[in-house]
Design a protein around this ligand. Sequence first.
Ligand SMILES: *Cc1c(COP(=O)(O)O)cnc(C)c1O
Length: 337
Amino acid sequence: MHLSRFPRLHFAHLPTPLEPMPALSKVLGGPNLWIKRDDCTGLAGGGNKTRKLEFLLADALDKNADTIITQGATQSNHARQTAAIAAKLGLECHLLLEDRTGSDKVDYNYNGNVMLDQLLGANLTKVAADTDMNAAMESIASELRDNGKKPYIIPGGGSNEIGALGYVNAALELVHQANSQSLKIDHIIHATGSAGTQAGLVTGLMAMNSQIPVMGIGVRAPKQKQESNVFALAERTADYISASGVVARKDIVANCDYVGDGYGIPTDGMLEAVTMLARYEAILLDPVYSGKGMAGLIDLIRNKKFADNANIVFLHTGGAQGLFGYREVFDFPAYTQ
Ligand SMILES: *Cc1c(COP(=O)(O)O)cnc(C)c1O
C-alpha cells in the first residue's frame, strides 16, 4: 500500500505512542491491555479526526477552496479539529452544530469543544436535532458561493473514502509498531460513530493481511445499521485504494450494547470507565466516544469474552476536551474553601 499516491498534508504528530496499561490490566485481572494514543495527534487537542483531515484538507486545497464547512453534534471533536486546521491554513470555517442531546446546560453549550471552536475563530450555527445536516451544509455552501467564496464541504466526522485514508495509514503505523516491539495483537477495540475510523482501519488491516480482528463499540446507531454503514464505507475505501473486495461483511463487527439512552447521553459505565482510566493510567477519555468504548471493553473483560493472555489494543480516539462540557455529570464532592 502506497498512500503517497494520494494528496496529503502533514500536521498530525505521528506516529502516536503505543503504550501498555499495566495498572488497568492488573485491576481488571484479565488480558494485557495496550492503548494506541490517537488522542495525541497534536492539532489543538488532537483526536482521531486529525488523521482524516490530513487527506481531506489536501483535497480541499487542490480544489482551491477558501472556506471549509462541516457539521457535528454540539460538543463535536471533529468540528473542533476542523476549526483548528482551518485556522492554521488561513481558511474560513463554518460549523453546523446539531442539538442532538437537547441539553440546556451552560457547560454543554458553551464550554469544552464549543469554547475551543470559538477560540479558533470558527463561525458556529446551532441547528435542531434531526435536521438534514447535508442539506443544511449545501445551503450554506450555495450562499457562500453567491458571495464569491469557494466552499469545501467535509461530511460529518470526516467520514468518506478520502478521510478514511487517515485510518488506512493508522493501520500501517500500528502494525509496524507492533512488529517492531514483537507484540502480537489479538484484538483492536475502539469507539465507532460516523464510521470512517473503523472503515479505514479494517481496510488497511485487511489489505495488509494482518489477521487482527477489530470491534467497534457503537455510540449512536443500533448494531445492524452501524455495521452496514461501516461496511459500505470500507468498500468505498477499498475501491479508492485499488484493493476492491479486500473487506468482507464479516470483518465488520460493531457492539452497540453500550450506547445507553442515546448519543451523548451519559451512562454509569462511561462514568466508571472515564474515572478508572484517569485514576489507574492517568489517561483522559471522553464522555461521548472513548468513555463508552472503554466501558464496553471493561464489561466484555469482566464477562470473560477475551482469553487471559490475549493482547488487546484500545484505540484512544481522543475527545477529552469534551469532558468540560459534562462537568456536572461527574458530581464530585465539594471541597473545603
Ligand atoms: C468522531 C469520534 C469517534 C468516532 O470515529 P468515527 O470515525 O466517527 O466512527 C470516536 N472517538 C472520538 C473522540 C471522536 O471524536
